[in-house]
Structures are given as C-alpha cells and as structure tokens.
Design a protein around this ligand. Structure first.
Ligand code: NDP
Ligand code: MG
Ligand code: MG
Length: 341
C-alpha cells in the first residue's frame, strides 16, 4: 500500500522560510501562488513579457516578475507552465538564472521523466501534484479543505527534499487531504495512461460512439445528447462518492442488470489489449516523442484534431441544449478551443 502523509507529518515552517517562484499563473499556477501566499509563504510569479496572466496575478495581490528575475533569488522554483513549453522556459530563462542549490518543483513528471529537462546535481527535484484541477485546489483551500496530492523526489541534493516537498504540500492545502508518496516514473506513466485510456480519451470516444449509434438509428440528437453525455456527470458523481457499487445501488435494477450484461459486450477484452498498447507507447517514450515533435512544429496535428473534434455533431447539439441551463452562462460565453485555463 502507498505511504500517505498528512499535515501532522509536515513542517509548514520549512516552506515559510523560503522564497518561492511560481512559473505560470494558469490553472495550477494561480492556485499554488494564492494558497502559498495565504499560508504565509513569500511568493513571486514569473511570467513572460506581455502575458495576459500578469494583470490577473497583480489584481489578486501577487508579486509578478519576468521569469529570469523571479527565479534569481528563489530557493524553490515551481514550474507550472504547460508541459510542452517547460523545456524551452527551462533552458532559456530558468537554468541560466537559478541558484545552484535551489529546489525545482513540478506538478507533473513529464519533462523530468522523459529527460527533456536535466537539472544539475546540486538541485533537489521534487513533485507536488494535486489530483484535481487548479480551480478546485484553490476553492477547497479557501474552504479549509484540500485536494489530495502526489509527492515524490527524483533528486535529493539537500538530503531533505522530501521534507521540503511535504511542507509545500501542506502550504497548498494538499496534506489536509493526504499526500501520497510516489515516483516521477509512476506519476508520469499512470497519469498519461489514465487520461488517454480512460478519463479523457476513453470517455470522449465512448460518448461519441454512443451518440453516433443512436442518431444513425434515427433517434433525435437532443435525446442522444442527454442519454450519452449529459447524464455522464450524474453517474460519475456517484462513482466518485461511493465507487462502482454506489453507482449500481443508486440506478434502477433495469439499468444495473443492463450494466452487467451489456457493459462487457461494448468494452470487450480486446479493449484491454488496446489499452496495453497505449501503455507500451507511454512507457517507451513514443507518445512523449510524438507530442513534443508535433509541438516543435507549432502543433499542426494537435490543432487539426482539436478543430475536428470541436466540430462534431454532438458538440453542435450540445451548444443548443446547454442554453436550457440558464445558470451555466460561463460555458455559453467561453471559446474552449482557444488554449487552456
Ligand atoms: P496552464 O495551461 O493553465 O498554464 C498557463 C500558464 O502558463 C499561463 O499563466 C501562461 O501565461 C503560462 N505560460 C505559458 N507559456 C509560458 C511561457 N513560455 N513562459 C512563461 N509562462 C508561460 O497549465 P496547467 O496549470 O494546466 O498545467 C501546469 C502544470 O501542472 C503542468 O505540468 C500540468 O501537467 C500540471 N497539472 C495540471 C493540472 C490541471 O488541473 N490543469 C492538474 C495537475 C497537474 P500566458 O498568459 O503568458 O499564456
Ligand atoms: Mg495529466
Ligand atoms: Mg436513461
């Protein structure tokens, strides 16, 4: 079983005595910066010139500097820019300016595990990875709770890297919920597998096939949307609260019986072989290479796929149906094909 740490295992005063630079002020960046600040930590956010995030951070009362300047005096540098840009930010702006003994932190192991960032031997290399979106990390902290985090150490130059990581985990609220010890390899490979095979890739493909099957059989797209997409959240909430058993307890006996007899007809054992193929490509670095090579060209494949999927029929009917939910105005106004949070 995994080792799990809590607030009582962490010494908050360690991180309170450090200068912390957070690179990026997006989904994770804003949450880490604000939570650290509210936990009494000296924080500066490093952003590129002209960044649209500068005004947001300053409005929240957070100190902002250029990436090189933010890194210069820092004892801890947490890199929270998108994974595909981290290696360039590292070589151009961080590595030439970072203190020799500063600790380098990540919220995902991609660049360290696949060798795109190779810090010198004097640095602690740590991970504190919240198991939830940045906006939840901030909201739960403000409510006096927290999102569970993963912690690990890839390089322990100081001999105290784990204590530092746990202190950071406590300061962002993660150790209130629990900090699970892992490794960069395990976090990176399981994170990529989970999002590709099940949470993101698996679920979206399942929804799209379900929608196509119903509409091709002549059913109304609005009906198909409700049955295969809208209700997904209601089911997932039950799974999140009480596992697969609570979900099966809550649904009707008809639905539960259909789950048992038809689930394995849709998701056949060869799907597991396909999943193993996806895992092989993650473990070998083939997925990372394909992603980074495409990004090096400006992401032509990435942007083509994003546009194709955003134009799918289920997305058109979804836009109309969500207007029925008047409270959901954010989703009506935001163009989710324009980058991320
Ligand atoms: P975002 O896409 O939300 O980060 C965007 C931020 O990075 C913006 O402030 C952006 O500023 C800045 N940025 C982009 N490019 C640069 C650059 N070249 N130089 C400086 N700053 C730049 O990232 P996430 O928060 O989604 O991800 C950050 C890390 O956290 C990743 O390693 C990710 O895997 C990990 N993670 C993310 C989770 C999530 O919930 N999203 C969950 C757990 C881990 P600008 O305004 O200039 O564009
Ligand atoms: Mg991920
Ligand atoms: Mg139904």
């Amino acid at each position: 079983m995994a080792e799990i740490y809590h607030d009582e295992d962490a010494n908050l005063s360690i991180i309170q005595s450090k200068k912390v630079a957070i690179i990026g002020y997006g989904s994770q960046g804003h949450a880490h910066a604000l939570n650290l600040r509210d936990s009494g930590v000296d924080v500066v956010v490093g952003l590129r010139p002209g960044s649209k995030s500068i005004a947001k951070a300053e409005e929240a009362g957070i100190k902002v500097a250029s990436v090189p300047d933010s890194v210069k005096g820092a004892d801890v540098v947490m890199i929270l820019a998108p994974d595909q840009y981290q290696r360039t930010i590292w070589t151009e702006d961080i590595e030439p300016n970072i203190k020799e003994d500063a600790a380098i932190f990540f919220a995902h192991g991609f660049n360290i595990h696949f060798g795109y960032i190779k810090p010198a031997a004097g640095h602690d290399i740590c991970m504190v990875a919240p198991k939830g979106p940045g906006h939840t990390v901030r909201r739960t902290y403000e409510e006096g709770r927290g999102v569970p985090v993963l912690v690990c150490v890839e390089q322990d130059a100081s001999g105290q890297a784990l204590d530092l990581a746990l202190s950071y985990a406590a300061a962002i609220g993660g150790a209130r919920a629990g900090a699970i010890k892992t490794s960069f390899r395990e976090e990176t490979e399981t994170d990529l597998f989970g999002e590709q095979a099940v949470l993101c890739g698996g679920v979206t493909q399942l929804i799209e096939y379900g929608f196509e099957t119903l509409t091709e059989a002549g059913y109304q797209p609005e009906m198909a949307y409700f049955e295969v997409l809208h209700e997904m959240k209601l089911i997932v909430d039950l799974i999140n609260e009480g596992g697969l058993t609570k979900q099966r307890w809550s649904i009707s006996d008809t639905a539960e019986y259909g789950d048992y007899v038809s689930g394995p007809r849709v998701i056949t054992p060869n799907v597991k072989d396909n999943m193993k193929g996806v895992l092989d490509d993650i473990q070998s670095g083939a997925f990372a290479k394909r992603f980074i090579e495409d990004q090096n060209e400006g992401g032509p494949e990435f942007h083509r796929l994003r546009d194709e999927h955003a134009a799918a029929p289920i997305e058109k009917v979804g836009q109309e149906i969500r207007k029925m939910f008047a409270w959901n105005t954010e989703n009506l106004d935001t163009d989710y094909t324009e980058g991320s949070a």
